[in-house]
Design a protein around this ligand. Structure first.
Ligand code: URA
Ligand code: SF4
Length: 212
C-alpha cells in the first residue's frame, strides 16, 4: 500500500547485473525521496572492486551530475583513500540511499542536506544489497552512521565501532566491514580538522591492511 516504503518492487527479476540495476534504479519510487530529487544516483566504480565504500546519500552536486561523491566530500574522500594505500580505480563507491534529501534554505534556492530516516534507509536497502551481490567486495567501508545502520542495523554507533574489522554476512560468504566517519565530518570540523582527517585515513588503512 501507499505506506510501504520499499525499493524491492522496482528491482529487476532475477540476479541482474550492474547496468540493468542502474537502469531500473533510475525509475525507483520506493520511497518519497524520488519526488524532490533530480535523479537517482547509483553506485559507480570498478564492477569487481575488492573494496566497496558506502556513503549516506548523494549531495547537491551528486544530484546534479548523477554520480556519487563528486562534490567536496568526494574530493576529500579520494585524497584519503589514496593516502590510506587504496587504489581509487579499484574501488566501487555508492550510497545507502540513492536520492538526495534536502530542505530549501531561506529566500534563496540553496538546498540543505537532510539525513535519511531509518525507514528510508530500509526502503533503499535492496539496491545496496544487489550492488554487494554483483560487486562481491572483500571489504566494505561504511562511511558514517547512516551507512553503518544500513549495513549493521539501527543500533550501530560509529564512534564505538570504527576502525576495526567487523564481520559482514554477504550472500556468497562472510566478508569484512570497516566503519569510519563520513568525509563531510572532516569538512565540518574546526581547528581539529587535521586530527579528524587523520582518523579517517587511519580507519581506511585498516581496510587496506585487511586486503593484504
Ligand atoms: N555524501 C555522501 O554520503 N554521498 C555522496 O555521494 C556525496 C556526499
Ligand atoms: Fe528508491 Fe532509494 Fe530513491 Fe527511495 S531513495 S526512491 S528507495 S532509490
Amino acid at each position: 500500500g501507499p505506506d510501504a516504503y520499499d525499493a524491492g518492487p522496482y528491482l529487476p527479476d532475477g540476479e541482474a547485473g550492474l547496468p540493468a540495476l542502474r537502469r531500473a534504479a533510475a525509475g525507483c519510487e520506493g520511497c518519497p525521496l524520488h519526488a524532490d530529487a533530480t535523479r537517482t544516483v547509483f553506485g559507480a566504480g570498478a564492477p569487481r572492486a575488492r573494496v566497496m565504500l558506502v556513503g549516506e546519500e548523494p549531495g547537491d552536486q551528486e544530484d546534479r551530475r548523477g554520480e556519487p561523491f563528486v562534490g567536496p566530500a568526494g574530493r576529500l574522500l579520494t585524497r584519503a583513500v589514496e593516502e590510506a594505500g587504496l587504489d581509487p580505480d579499484q574501488t566501487y563507491v555508492t550510497n545507502a540511499v540513492k536520492h538526495f534529501k534536502f530542505t530549501r534554505a531561506g529566500s534563496g534556492k540553496r538546498r540543505i542536506h537532510k539525513p535519511p530516516t531509518l525507514r528510508e534507509l530500509t526502503a533503499c536497502k535492496p539496491w545496496l544489497r544487489a550492488e554487494l551481490r554483483e560487486v562481491g567486495p572483500e571489504v566494505v567501508v561504511a562511511l558514517g552512521a547512516s551507512a553503518g545502520k544500513a549495513l549493521r542495523g539501527s543500533s550501530f554507533r560509529v564512534t564505538k565501532e570504527r576502525g576495526v574489522p567487523l564481520p559482514l554476512e554477504l550472500p556468497d560468504g562472510e566478508r569484512v566491514l570497516v566503519a569510519t566517519i563520513h568525509p563531510s565530518a572532516v569538512l565540518r570540523a574546526g581547528e581539529d580538522r587535521d586530527a579528524v582527517y587523520g582518523g579517517l585515513v587511519a580507519d581506511l588503512r585498516v581496510a587496506a591492511e585487511t586486503l593484504g
